[in-house]
Write a protein that binds this ligand. Structure first.
Ligand SMILES: [Zn+2]
Length: 96
């Protein structure tokens, strides 16, 4: 069992969240205090983090495909790849 640094409630290790406080030191807090501190509940936060991660990989993949297309097929395909990457970036930014 861990103790929340803010409300001193006992929390399960799996429910404990680590975050940096205003002084830059790491503290362990419960999900309620996380929500109070950040304004988003942890489920939303985790969802956004997951979406951001997936977007990151999608963009990396597209950039790699773009470079490949540019080298193998020429600048026109490279430009098309860049456009596709920009579109994915744009729409994923809209979801958030
Ligand atoms: Zn707490």
């Amino acid at each position: 069992m861990l103790t929340c640094a803010k409300c001193h409630k006992k929390i399960d290790e799996k429910d404990a969240l680590k975050r940096k406080n205003e002084q830059g030191a790491q503290e362990i807090i419960c999900q309620e205090c996380f929500k109070a501190a950040t304004g988003v509940d942890f489920a939303t936060f985790a969802y956004r983090r997951e979406v951001a991660k997936q977007t990151f990989f999608a963009v990396i993949f597209c950039l790699a495909a773009t470079i490949y297309a540019f080298v193998e097929k020429g600048p026109l395909y490279g430009a098309a790849g860049l456009l596709l990457t920009a579109l994915i970036w744009y729409f994923s930014a809209k979801i958030r």
